[in-house]
Design a protein around this ligand. Structure first.
Ligand code: ATP
Ligand code: MG
Length: 773
């Protein structure tokens, strides 16, 4: 047959075209960021359909996010026009597996309409099993077990084939509990996320006829972001493509960022072995970013060992260098970025004007978003948060807010219902019904109903005691809030601590005698929630009272409903995979934040390498302007902490970086924040002294010194950190959090202090400064 003329092929370079036109047999497209892998993959679908090689239902395309799937659908739809009826299956591994599982559920013992549990349900179920097994769930939290089971499912291990090397997991009871959990899920006619894939793999492995049916149906398989597939996903693909081998995978080993979730880059390397005769296509021309951006990204990723290694080039003009800027603290960083975005909208520093849709802020940790959301609301800058709820919509934040609401408005029944048994107070459905009945009969809010229920003895036992305490606590907190003492920030902290809410997310102390750390995998979710709670408390610092804060948040929430045409995007680096924006801001490049503390604490160097790949993903999202920033001070767990610029900053090649002058340290409009922290004394200044010793900050300072008449740097006096702890008993001191007090005792670096407002507390000397009065 004559080759059909296809205008869409003219948009491709020869290497892409080769990958698109090699329709039959295995193809692996291995190439760096922005080289048009996704574009080639999408065009391949169009080509399959256009040449009549495949009908829509014979194509299966796997993407990493639902958003990516939607984008691919619209691109395919656009290129094909109305001509084709039906669409290929395009979606994430999960969404495709749900579809398949719904057709064959009985093969794994499920019934129709099985439910998919979310993480909370999953934990609740595991907790029941753990308790029933007589295990102390303080020492061996159910969350840890959930983590273990997830990892096993990622490796496609059913309870029957978990290897013996894992026998010690979860105090040696992991496998048995895993088996019970699967049985229980089956009884409940439910699955968790990991099961979606695992069940389908099991069905394919145990029912060759079903596998054959799908092999026959999906004659062409395409996979984007292949570097992030885990073992279970890989098995699934190998089973499906096993017959015809018409599989095309595209990926970039440098962008593998899901190792912590069980993804294995090795899958890329194994491809040629599993699919012999695979055509391997390499793309080297980048169409997305300017040479400076590529140069900066290349410089960072070069520090990783064990890469496949590849060169990228581009035809575009050099453009802007990657801009680097340091700030006094995180709030100032948010303020500067907000102002910069507005300036860039107008067109600034010789750059073209950009639309808000062109700009994105990519953060390492979701708790970083709060500062931006608050700032943007204040200045009226429209934004959207991509991939995950916005800060104030998160479960733990809504729980905490419900407490605050109830403190301010005791008649907020919705808030009452939300918090009455969160954390668990032994108040089940029945107790709540009793409260509702009493409240209804007396025409009072639920909180008053609760007080009456306790008084009348309508609720008994442990629950009654806990409820009584809650009622009393709420009114006490209410009085504090009314008196405006202590500060709203401190009240919030008190509420979260005394209600037991924070504790609920705290995992028990790790057993120091247990040498095997892996037996207690960290619960990523609980940690994130705790960080978000700290962020929430921090947000309160800017408010005079709790009520004002609640109003602020309800405004943020309302803001969402009115559809703004143009918005700045805020998302995590993980969620930004595969996307591109003309202007990208990368804040928070500090040791302990990025790379994250978790990866720094864990021994394998691999963790930092994964963070570095994440840095590479971040920089390569930018088309024209990329701005990296860091703060010298950040409040971490309620305490100001000096931050060192990220090692990744030191890895940026000098030739591709331009250092911008931070306004904060000069007082140029941002002076208030800087002087505020300066007043708080030694700690902040010591922090600066520290920061000043890192190469990243030194570079910044040098640039600043040379750009400033007189070359003087404020507050750069180096302070002897030892001197800080040289206090004497009886001395009057000031503490960041607890205010003024007198030292009662000194033990090494800890001081026992009688605070004027906060009472007697033991604190770390580092956070205490002497006073002259
Ligand atoms: P990532 O690794 O980040 O997922 P990618 O390799 O998938 O990147 P694409 O997103 O497909 O890259 O392409 C990057 C940009 O380059 C897109 O805007 C795309 O439209 C454009 N592009 C790709 N190939 C070409 C080409 N041959 N000619 C012109 N533009 C192209
Ligand atoms: Mg892509």
């Amino acid at each position: 047959a004559a080759r059909p003329t296809a205008p869409y092929l003219d948009d491709l370079n020869p290497a892409q075209r080769e990958a698109v036109e090699a329709l039959d047999g295995p193809v692996l497209m291995l190439a760096g960021a922005g080289t048009g892998k996704t574009k080639a993959l999408t065009t391949r679908i169009v080509h399959l359909l256009n040449t009549g090689k495949a009908r829509p239902h014979e194509i299966l395309a796997v993407t990493f996010t639902n958003k990516a799937a939607r984008e691919m659908k619209s691109r395919v739809g656009r290129t094909l026009g109305e001509a084709v009826e039906g669409m290929p299956w395009m979606g994430t591994f999960h969404s495709i597996c749900v579809k398949i599982l719904r057709r064959h559920q009985e093969l794994v013992g499920l019934r129709s309409n099985f439910t998919i549990l979310d993480t909370d349900d999953q934990i609740r179920l595991l907790k029941q099993l753990v308790r029933a097994a007589g295990i102390d769930d303080k020492r061996w939290p159910a969350r840890a077990l959930a983590g273990v089971i997830d990892q096993w499912k990622n490796r496609a291990w059913t309870p029957d084939n978990v290897p013996v090397s894992e026998a010690s997991a979860y105090d040696g009871k992991g496998v048995a509990l895993y088996r019970q959990y699967q049985t229980r899920l089956c009884e409940l006619n439910a699955v968790d996320f990991g099961d979606l894939l695992l069940h389908v793999v099991t069905i394919f492995q145990t029912h060759p006829d079903v596998l054959e049916q799908y092999r026959h149906r999906f004659r062409y398989i395409l996979v984007d972001e292949y570097q992030d597939t885990n073992v279970a996903q890989y098995l699934w693909l190998r089973l499906l493509a096993g017959g015809h081998s018409n599989i095309c995978c595209v990926g970039d080993d440098d962008q593998s960022i899901y190792g912590w979730r069980g993804a294995e880059v090795g899958n890329i390397l194994r491809f040629e072995k599993d699919f012999p005769g695979a055509k391997v296509v390499r793309l080297e021309q980048n169409y997305r970013s300017t040479p400076h951006i590529l140069g900066a990204a290349g410089g960072v990723i070069a520090a990783n060992k064990g890469r496949l290694g590849k060169e990228l080039w581009t035809e575009t003009e050099a453009g802007e260098k990657v801009r680097l800027i340091g700030h006094w603290d995180g709030e100032e960083e948010a303020r500067w970025i907000g102002d910069e975005i507005e300036a860039m909208q107008r067109g600034t520093r010789g750059l073209r004007p950009f639309s808000l849709d062109d700009m994105a802020i990519l953060v390492r940790a979701s708790h970083q978003m709060r500062a931006f959301e608050d700032r943007f609301l204040t200045i009226g800058l429209p934004y959207r948060v991509i991939g995950g709820p916005r800060f104030y919509e998160r479960m733990e934040i809504r729980d905490a807010m419900a407490y605050f609401r109830l403190v301010i408005s005791p008649s907020d029944d919705l808030a009452f219902e939300r918090v009455v048994n969160t954390p668990k107070r032994g108040l089940g459905e029945k107790a709540v019904q009793t409260i509702q009945r009493i409240a209804r009969e007396n025409g009072v809010p639920l909180l008053d109903g609760a007080a009456m229920a306790v008084e009348q003895g309508a609720i008994k036992g442990k629950g009654a005691q806990a409820l009584g305490k809650l009622v009393m606590d709420l009114s006490r907190w209410g009085r504090m809030a009314g008196a405006g003492e202590p500060s709203p920030r401190d009240i919030a902290e008190i509420i979260l601590d005394e209600s037991g809410y924070t504790e609920m997310w705290l995992k028990p102390k790790e057993d120091p005698d247990d040498p095997d750390e892996s037996r207690q995998p960290k619960d990523h979710e609980a940690e994130g929630r705790l960080e978000n709670l700290k962020e929430l408390v921090k947000a309160l610092e800017q408010f005079e009272n709790l009520a004002g804060f609640l109003e602020h948040v309800s405004l943020i929430m309302e803001n969402e409903s009115e559809e703004q045409a143009e918005k700045v995007s805020i998302m995590t680096l993980h969620a930004a995979k595969g996307l591109e924006f003309p202007v990208v801001f990368l804040p928070g490049w500090e040791e302990g934040l990025f790379p994250s503390q978790r990866t720094l604490d864990a021994p394998p160097e691999n963790g930092v390498e994964e963070e570095r790949r994440l840095a590479y993903v971040g920089i390569t999202r930018a088309e024209e302007v990329c701005t990296i920033s860091f703060a010298g001070n950040r409040r971490v767990f309620g305490q100001w902490q000096s931050q060192r610029p990220s090692r990744f900053i030191d890895e940026l090649p000098e030739a591709h970086v331009e250092v911008l002058t931070p306004p904060g340290l000069y007082g140029g409009g941002y002076g208030a924040a800087a002087s505020m922290h300066e007043e708080s004394g030694l700690e902040a200044r010591a922090a600066e002294a520290n920061v000043y010793n890192s190469p990243g900050w030194r570079r910044l300072r040098e640039a600043r010194m040379s750009s400033r008449p007189g070359g003087q740097t404020r507050g750069a006096a180096v302070i002897d950190a030892q001197a800080v702890s040289k206090h004497v008993v009886g001395e009057r001191v000031f503490h960041q959090k607890f205010g003024y007090g007198a030292i009662i005792a000194i033990e090494g670096d800890k001081l026992e202090i009688a605070f004027e407002k906060a009472g007697v507390k033991k604190v770390v000397a580092r956070f205490v400064t002497g006073t002259d009065d």
